[in-house]
Design a protein around this ligand. Structure first.
Ligand code: SDX
Length: 458
């Protein structure tokens, strides 16, 4: 069977993309305002840019050349690393927009593949556009047969995220025909391959870790349905995916799809800025997402709820979270940007209740602990003062556990969904006429220049 064309036909690729890199038109960002900086007896006027919405930005790109000084912003709390059209977050309002559409509306009315098209292309697809896109994705969910033998090199008890990092990085060893990042057609093919194949790789990692044979994707199933089938079907009997569960899975993917310049997306952008191939960049994003301060928080949050165990032990853990001398933090709480409720946590909590109801799970002790912990934390002066609210990872673990996934798979599911955000942001970075290799500087506190001494004299 001749597979559907993976990439759009040439005329479907936006010809604008193929035009030689032009200088970026910043006129839309210009304001008449400047930031005046007085340093070493000189006064500098630094341009201030405005976006469509959100904080304005001071352009400091010429600061070092004009003054010999760096800006200093570890953790990038006050730094815009790029300009982007993809996702907007208002941390004070608790607002999240994908290409201008509120996350609540997309989760309620859309589906993940449509959201993927939106993030990649900037607008919701027409019927014809969606038909072409979903057919291309659906028809390319299989991976090269050799990849399952590559995967067999891992121990069966390897963490599925370790398998994901390895397998996604290995895609560049199997798909050489879509690694030329300067060819818009190859970029689009690599982007679609990533979106199409990441659920298959995630399901393979799961099956391998539980000692079951991998289940091949099916073209008659939707994106989330196909993933659940690949995870939970066994050769011994037919497996019907529960449509309510598939819808909840799809909604969870939408919530995790993109999130501005978070740590893993910034990692993908930085890796991509060196010209690394797209699969290597996605593997770098997966590696970064694994950390418990980031995407690994959903696994850590559920482990924390299990460690708390019962509602009466909550005060003990809240006290630990507030103790400056105790490194313990409430996992699933707090956020660099949201200083109000994470809008995704609200939708996630609703999805959690839907799944538990559909599965007939009445009194999940973990949910009881989570709801009580949230209530206590939201009324505790420490959390109020530090503006610590539940984030997306707080309720996702309970939901994913109810869906039948082990905690080690939670961040894999986050990576599966976030792949479309990484791909969209990577494409935007490559197409940015101003993009250069990312190369931050430092404030050096090491030894000043000194001479080598022979070991006999040390
Ligand atoms: C994700 O960036 C993104 O968009 C990420 C993400 C995405 O979609 O890509 O939204 C996904 O990563 C969500 C966050 C998941 N992580 C967790 O749930 C781990 C627990 N949370 C924290 O470690 C922390 O809140 C961060 C990492 C999320 C944010 O850290 P920041 O912005 O660097 O804040 P901070 O560490 O400077 O904390 C500020 C203060 C500190 O106290 P002081 O030093 O000022 O006295 O708040 C305290 C912290 O000790 N604090 C917490 C806390 N989070 C922050 N105290 C207890 N429990 C917590 N969870």
């Amino acid at each position: 069977m001749e597979a559907a064309p993976l990439g759009p036909t040439d005329q479907q690729i936006n010809v604008k993309e193929q035009v030689e890199k032009m200088t970026k038109d910043r006129s839309a960002h210009q304001t008449n305002d400047v930031a005046k900086l007085e340093v070493d007896g000189k006064t500098l006027e630094l341009p201030i840019y405005k976006g469509v919405v959100g904080p304005r930005a001071i352009d400091v790109s010429k600061l070092y050349g004009q003054t010999g000084l760096f800006t200093f912003d570890p953790g990038f709390t006050s730094t815009a690393s790029c300009d982007s059209d993809i996702t907007y977050i208002d941390g004070d309002k608790g607002e999240l927009l994908y290409r201008g559409y509120p996350i609540e509306q997309l989760a309620d009315k859309g589906d993940f593949l449509e959201t993927a098209y939106l993030l990649l292309n900037g607008d919701l697809p027409s019927k014809a556009e969606f038909a072409e896109f979903s057919k291309a994705i659906t028809n390319h969910t299989m991976v090269h047969e050799q990849m399952q033998y590559f995967m067999r090199g891992f121990r069966r008890d390897a963490h599925p995220m370790a398998i994901m990092v390895g397998m996604v990085g290995a895609l560049s060893a199997f798909y050489h025909d879509s690694t030329d990042i300067n060819d818009p057609k190859q970029r689009m093919i690599a982007s679609r391959r990533m979106i199409a194949k990441i659920p298959t790789i995630a399901a393979m990692a799961y099956k391998y870790s539980v000692g079951q044979p991998m289940v091949y994707p099916r073209n008659d199933l939707g994106y989330a349905e196909n993933f659940l089938h690949m995870c939970f079907a066994v050769p011994a009997e037919e497996y019907k995916v529960n449509p309510v569960i598939a819808r909840a899975m799809d909604k969870i993917f939408i919530l995790h799809a993109d999130h501005e310049q978070n740590a893993s997306t910034s990692t993908v952008r930085l890796a991509g800025s060196s010209g690394a191939n797209p699969f290597a960049c996605m593997a770098a994003g997966i590696a970064c997402l694994w950390g418990p301060a980031h995407g690994g928080a959903n696994e850590a949050a559920l482990n924390m709820l299990q460690e708390i165990g019962t509602v009466d032990r909550i005060p003990e853990f809240v006290a630990k979270a507030k103790d400056k001398d105790d490194p313990f933090r409430l996992m699933g709480f707090g956020h660099r940007v949201y200083k109000n409720y994470d809008p995704r946590a609200t939708v996630m909590q609703q999805a959690c209740h839907e799944v538990l109801k559909e599965l007939g799970i009445k009194d999940d002790p973990l949910l009881d602990v989570a709801m009580e912990l949230e209530k206590i934390a939201l009324n505790d002066p420490y959390f109020i003062e530090k503006k610590l609210y539940p984030n997306i990872d707080f309720y996702s673990g309970i939901t994913l556990k109810a869906l039948g996934f082990p905690t080690t798979m939670f961040t894999v599911l986050f990576a599966l969904a976030r792949t479309v955000g990484w791909v969209a942001q990577w494409n935007e970075m490559i197409q940015d006429p101003e993009q250069r290799i990312g190369r931050p500087r430092q404030l050096y506190n090491g030894a000043a220049s000194r001479d080598y001494t022979d070991i006999a004299k040390r």
